[in-house]
Write a protein that binds this ligand. Structure first.
Ligand SMILES: Cc1cc2nc3c(=O)[nH]c(=O)nc-3n(C[C@H](O)[C@H](O)[C@H](O)COP(=O)(O)O)c2cc1C
Length: 246
């Protein structure tokens, strides 16, 4: 039987899922107080930059109807490198940002108030033309930057609570909550989680349309994942997914 303590704790956590918008006083948000707008696009200064292939429009082998209906979470993958085009296609459909400025960004992922709290990192495990490593998706340029982070597949696997398997790529989404809190205060957190869900669904569909499989991962090791990406505090991992050959 559930303890009283557990019950009370869950009641508190549930508040995140049902924020009372009528209590949100826009004048008392940081935006209302005219605080500086947060940047919605993280920029690393130190790392090798990689262009992504652009000839990717016609890679899908299925219709949208077939993609949506044949998608399943896949946890067993075949070996064989992912091609550069396939990586570019997946990155494009999951991360592409078309228009942004201070405090807002518009792209392929819907975002509460366009506040774009997510950043995307790829662990490239087996992709043609790319060394294994952690790559940050550069929203401004639509390119990848290889971060100077020492990483091994063993460290990645531990961070993901042993769910790396032999995936060709791993996607890590991080949240920077202040970007959304700035405008929406306590109603922000539910929207951030939903935004991550939208991004992951795009990943599922993009993978399926290439006849790859994917699986969402929420049961990862928070501390090790943040350590792996050398983040924490204001920015932390919120969701992970693997993608691999069927
Ligand atoms: C938010 C979320 C978190 C999930 N976390 C994990 C996870 O940590 N590990 C895992 O193997 N599957 C995870 N999954 C995948 C689900 O188990 C899977 O979606 C579910 O069993 C339904 O199967 P389907 O995706 O094939 O429809 C997660 C799915 C969602 C939506």
């Amino acid at each position: 039987m559930k303890s009283k303590e557990e019950d009370e704790r869950n009641q508190v956590y549930r508040e995140t899922l049902r924020p009372n918008w009528q209590k949100l006083d826009y004048d008392k948000t940081d935006r209302g107080r005219k605080m500086p707008k947060p940047l919605v696009c993280k920029q690393y200064l130190d790392g090798e930059i990689f262009d992504l292939e652009t000839d990717i429009r016609n890679l899908s082998v299925k219709t949208l109807y077939e993609v949506v209906h044949s998608r399943r979470s896949l946890r067993k993958y075949n070996s064989g490198s992912m091609t550069k085009q396939e990586l570019a296609y997946i990155a494009n459909l999951t991360c592409e940002t078309i228009n942004f400025g201070p405090g807002y960004a518009f792209g392929v992922i819907p975002s509460g108030g366009a506040t774009s709290s997510l950043e995307t990192y790829f662990y490239l495990h087996d992709v043609e033309g790319f060394d294994q490593g952690i790559y940050h998706y550069m929203k401004r340029e639509n390119k990848l930057m290889k971060l100077p982070i020492k990483v091994t597949s063993d460290l990645v696997n531990k961070a993901m609570s042993n769910q790396l398997r032999n995936a060709q790529i791993v996607v890590f989404w991080t949240a920077t909550p202040y970007r959304t809190e700035y405008k929406y205060s306590f109603t922000a957190h539910k929207m951030i989680a939903m935004e991550a869900g939208h991004a992951c669904q795009n990943l599922y569909l993009a993978s399926e349309s290439l006849d790859y499989g994917a699986v969402a991962i929420a049961a990862y090791n928070q501390e090790l994942s943040d350590q792996l990406l050398e983040i924490g505090g204001e920015e932390f991992v919120i969701y992970i997914a693997t993608v691999g050959r069927k």
